[in-house]
Design a protein around this ligand. Sequence first.
Ligand code: DGT
Ligand code: CA
Ligand code: CA
Length: 587
Amino acid sequence: MDKAGIAAVLNDIATLLELKGENPFKIRAYSNGARIIETLGEEEIDRRVREQSLEEVKGIGEALAQKIGELRTTGRLGFHEKLKASLPPGLVELLQIPGVGPKKIRVLHEQLGVDSIAKLRSACQAGTVAALAGFGEKTQAKILEGIANREAYGRRHLWFEAFAVAEPILAGLRGLPPVKRAEHAGSLRRRLETVGDLDFLVATDEPQPIVDWFVRRPEVKEITAHGETKASVRLGSGLQADLRLVPPEQFVFALHHFTGSKDHNVQMRGRALERGLSLSEWGLVPAEGEGTAREKAEKLGRKTTVKNEAQLFRALGLAFIPPELREGQGEIEAAEKGGLPVLIEEADIRGVFHNHTTESDGHNTLEEMTRAAEELGLDYLGIADHSKSSFQARGLDEARLAAQVAAIGKLNASGRFRTHVFAGTECDILPDGRLDFTDDVLRTLDYVVAAVHSAFKQDRASQTQRIIRAIENPHVTMLAHPTGRLLLGRPGYEVDMDKIVDAAIANGVIIELNASPWRLDLDWRHWRRAAGRGLLCSINPDAHSTAQLAYFRAGVAAARKGWLTKDDVLTTRPLAAVKKHLAARRG
Ligand code: DGT
Ligand code: CA
Ligand code: CA
C-alpha cells in the first residue's frame, strides 16, 4: 500500500477511536502518524520497513511502526478491520452533521439507537433528541437544519459560477485600506472544474475590520465561524467561503499552502525536508533545532527573503509552478528539470468553433452571435447548429442547412463584421457510427463537429467503435464532447478514451475541449498525454447565446490544467492558418 493509503487508514483509525471514546493521546498518535508518513519518501518507507527502523522517525512509536509495516507489506491491517467491524457503519457518517461530534454521537447511539443520518432525523422530528441530557431544543433544531443543509449544500459547485461569485468579493477585499494583499486560494485558484468552497487569503496587520466586513457582505446568508483571523460564511447560492488573515511576512507561505492541492503540498514538504528545511503555512525554516516550525517562522518574521511564490519555488530549486498545475501529477519533477510548459492564455484565443443560433436551440441569431464575437475581439466564429436527428433541439435538415450556409456566405461577403464566420454542423453520430448527413451534404461545409446525443447506454466496446467510425469519416473535422458527461449531473458514457485519441490522431481529427462549464470534456486529466502524442485541441464554447461565447475562458482554464500550450490548440491560430487547416482537411 502506498503512503497515501497508509495515511488514510491511520486517519480512519483516529476517527473510529474517537467514536469509541478512547483516550485522546492514543487518538492523536494515529493522526500524527498519518501526517508523518506522508512526508516520508516511498523508498524511505520501504527501506525502514525492511530494516525495521521506522521507530527512529520522530513521532512513530513501536505500535504504530508495526501497523505501518503490516499495511505496507500486506495492504491490510487486522486491527483496523476489527475496529471497523466493532462500530455500526452509519456512525461515521454522522460526523458530517455540523454540531454533532464523536461524544454526542456516542450518546445518541447508546440511548436512542441512532446509527444513521436517517434515524437521527426521525429522532429529532419525534423530539426525543431534545430530551437527552446535554442536547435540548436548540441543539435538536440545529441538527435538523444541518441535515437539511447537507442535502441542499452538500454538493460541489461549478468553477465558472464560483469564480463569478468570488471575483467581486476579492475586489472588495483588495479595496479595504488595511489589506496589503489578497488572493483566492484552494481549488478556485487551481481552476479545478468544480470547487467545494471558496478560499480567500489576506495579508494584513489589522485583521478585525476585514473579518467584520467579510461577514457583513449582503450575499452572506449564514456565518458559520467568526474569529479574529478567520471567518467562514455560507452565501446565498449555498456556496461556503473561508477567509484567512495572516501577517504580511507569512502571506506567501500561507498562499502556497492554502492553494494546495494537498498532494502537491505533501510533495513540496518532502522536498523541503530533503534539503533540511521545514515548509508549512507559517514559513520555510530549518528543520533542525529547537521549537516548532511556527515558532521558528515567527522568530525569523520579517527577515524572510521569500517575498513571492516564484522565490518560494526557487528556494527549493524549482521554476515557478502555475497554480493550475499543482495537482501532484509530476509538476515538481518538471519544474526541477526546466520542463514545465508555457501554458496557453486567454489572450492567445483568436476564434471559437461549435456555436449555436436560433436555427436550432440557440437563443441568438447568426448576426447577434457574430456581433458578440466581434465585440470579444475574435477573428473567427464557427457556427455548428444541430443536425436533423436531434429533433428535440430543432436540428436542421438538408434544406435548412443549405439556407444557413448561403446566409453565412452572404454575411461574410457583406463585410459588415470584422469576424469571419465558418459554416459548420454539429452532426449527430447515429447509434451505428454513421453520420446524420451524407458525404455530399457534409462536403458543402467549412467544418464538421461530430457528436453523440443518443444511445448513451451502449456497452464500452460498441460505444468506442461507434465513435471511431465517425472519426474515420473524412469529412469530420472535430469530435464534440467525447464522454458526454455533465458535471454534477451525469457521468460520461463508457468509452475507451485511449483508443479514441489514437484514432483521432491517426485520422487528423481534432478533439474539442468543450468549454461549457458543465462539460469541460475532454477532461483536463487526459490532455497532457493526448497532446504529447500529437492530438490537436480546439477550445469550443458550445455557446447557445451571445453571453456563452465567454465560456472559452473556462476552456482555457481547463486547458491550462491539462498542460496545454498555445501550439496544442487550433483556435490560437490566425484566420488564414485555420482556413488552410480546414481546407486541407476537406482535401
Ligand atoms: P475544495 O474546496 O474541496 O474544492 O478543495 P480545496 O483544494 O480548495 O481544499 P480546501 O478548501 O479544503 O483547502 C484549501 C487548501 O488548503 C488545500 O488545497 C490544501 C490546503 N490544506 C491545508 N491543510 C489541509 C488539510 O488539513 N486538509 C486538506 N484537505 N487541505 C489542507
Ligand atoms: Ca476550497
Ligand atoms: Ca476551504
